[in-house]
Design a protein around this ligand. Sequence first.
Ligand code: SF4
Ligand code: SF4
Length: 173
Amino acid sequence: MSIITDVIESTKAIIQGMGVTLSYIPKRKWTVEYPDEPVTMQPRYRGQHLLHVDELGREKCVACYLCAAACPSECIYIVAADDPRPPTERIGVDERYAAVYNIDYGRCIFCGYCVEACPKDAITHGYNFELSVYSRADLLKTKDDLLITKQLQSKNYRVALSHEDVDSEYKEV
Ligand code: SF4
Ligand code: SF4
């Protein structure tokens, strides 16, 4: 190929490329100035998990280990315990509850299998995506990090309106 052909082909490629770039200028922009502006999360987004409580504030988890068994990454660690007190005074809805419930977000792939496996609707995905940390050890979240009554709502995102029945929720506490 001669130099002239080279120059012509390169110029054509540049014009084509610029054409694509310029065609996007009048289109609607989706860039969000995060964290100055909140990000809009879609209702089915799978973020950091939430451990739920019932209307009396009792933990729904009964430490059955089904979520841990379903987890392909083996990143859920549970220690079961018994709470023999009367039902209204218990930590959980049942005598058996999870004294320890950890999820290692260094391994979690956000597949949702744990949510599907839970027979008590005790665990769902929330919307929190702000999981960046400086130390890998900090990716291990404990029950206190996951309980819906203890997680704090970040101001950096909101959830898109949905007419679907969404099973995840993230409450301001
Ligand atoms: S979302 Fe998937 S990988 Fe993460 S804890 Fe649940 S089952 Fe395990
Ligand atoms: S979160 Fe659900 S599946 Fe997992 S141990 Fe608790 S009750 Fe069982």
